[in-house]
Structures are given as structure tokens and as C-alpha cells.
Design a protein around this ligand. Structure first.
Ligand code: GDP
Length: 200
């Protein structure tokens, strides 16, 4: 099926971008992934692409202030946005992150959707609201992806889903369907691949 095919080829890391001038040309349809640090973004990208270690699991602010581009099915990009919400990130780092992200999101014609990762145990946090608002302003449709679903019981997950749904309803750019995933167990990975396949 389409989703599997899309992720079957070579997934090459193209480049890490630290400034707008370094962005690859805006001529390939792409999707991006955002989430606060430690939400499970690297693990999810690795699970999606089926290649361990393609996205670094990184917990140091310095290494992750880059926008990472991976090629997808030769003519598309999967874009890994820098993690946010580090407890002790210096203001200068936060500001640089905000500036780069704002520039990327507001001018990227080929960006079809942003996937915003939310921990299935914690729901939407205050630090997430910032990017959700930025996505609204940039008119980039975003879809919430719950991560680490294996860490919560169904009843707890449903409670978090309800919270997320409620928070999303305040955001005009939110896509209503929420995807539940576990990179550990593989849950939701095929679903997410299929969604991406319909977009690109
Ligand atoms: P990132 O900082 O957002 O890239 O997060 P990572 O992918 O590095 O994951 C942060 C931590 O959560 C790591 O210890 C992972 O092993 C763990 N983790 C990530 N995804 C899952 C998952 O689906 N289930 C469980 N149980 N743990 C996960």
C-alpha cells in the first residue's frame, strides 16, 4: 500500500539547517514534525522510516537547534524541527529557535502538514501552545500525534485525548483527527505513514 511504499526506499539524511539561507529549495512536497524535547520525536521518525538512528535521540539543546531534512521517496522531504521546551535552555537559544521556526513556517510553500507530537501521558502543555499558535498564524495545518501510548492505560489515554481535542478546538489550523502511536510497540505507525502518503 501507498504508505509502506513511500517509506520503503532509501532514507537519506540530507542536511541540518541552522539558518534560513541553508534551507533546501522549496520545490519538494514535505511534511514536518515538531514536539517538545523528550516527547519521542526521534523514536517516531526512526519507526516511520524503519531506520534506527536516522534521527538522533538528542537531549542537548545545542545539537537540536537545527532543522533536519530527510529525503522521502526521492522527491519529498520529511522535516525534523528542533525540539523545544528545554528546562534550562538559555534565552538566546530559545529566541534563535523561535526566529528560525517562524521564518520556516511562514514561507514554506511546499509544506503540506505539521505533525505536532504530544506525550500520551501529559497532553498539551503550555510550551506546546506556542508552536500551535505559530502554526495558526502561519496557516500551516497541523495534526496532533500522541506518542508513547504504550505507557498509559486506555482509560487514561482517552482522558488525555479529550484534553487534546479540547485544546485543538481553539486552534483554527488544527486537523481534527488525532493519531495515537507507540514507537516502542509500532502502534499507529502504518496509520501515520498512510496519512503522509495521502499528503505528498
Ligand atoms: P525526542 O527528544 O523527542 O527525540 O525523544 P526520544 O525519541 O529521544 O525519546 C525520549 C525517551 O522516550 C527515550 O528514552 C525513548 O526511549 C522513550 N520513548 C520514545 N518513544 C517511546 C514509546 O513509544 N514508548 C516508550 N515506552 N518509550 C518511548
Amino acid at each position: 500500500e501507498a504508505g509502506r511504499k513511500l517509506f520503503a526506499g532509501e532514507k537519506d539524511f540530507l542536511k541540518g539547517v541552522v539558518a534560513m539561507s541553508g534551507l533546501p529549495p522549496d520545490d519538494r512536497i514535505e511534511v514536518c514534525f515538531a514536539g517538545r524535547s523528550n516527547v519521542g520525536k526521534s523514536s517516531l521518525i526512526n519507526a516511520l522510516t524503519g531506520r534506527k538512528g536516522i534521527a538522533r535521540a538528542s537531549n542537548t539543546p545545542g545539537r537540536t537547534q537545527e532543522i533536519n531534512f530527510f529525503t522521502l521517496a526521492e522527491s519529498h522531504y520529511l522535516v525534523d524541527l528542533p525540539g523545544y521546551g528545554y528546562a534550562n535552555a538559555p534565552l538566546a537559544v530559545v529566541e534563535k529557535w523561535q526566529r528560525l521556526l517562524k521564518q520556516y513556517l511562514s514561507g514554506r510553500q511546499s509544506l503540506r502538514r505539521a505533525f505536532v507530537l504530544i506525550d500520551a501521558r501529559h497532553g498539551v502543555k503550555k510550551v506546546d501552545e506556542e508552536i500551535l499558535t505559530l502554526l495558526d498564524k502561519s496557516a500551516v495545518t497541523f495534526q496532533a500525534v500522541l506518542t508513547k501510548a504504550d505507557k498509559v492505560k486506555a482509560a487514561e489515554r482517552d482522558k488525555v485525548m479529550a484534553q487534546v481535542r479540547k485544546r485543538l478546538s481553539a486552534h483554527p489550523a488544527a486537523f481534527p483527527e488525532i493519531v495515537v502511536t507507540s514507537s516502542e510497540k509500532g502502534d499507529g505507525i502504518e496509520t501515520l505513514r498512510a496519512i503522509i502518503a495521502t499528503l505528498i
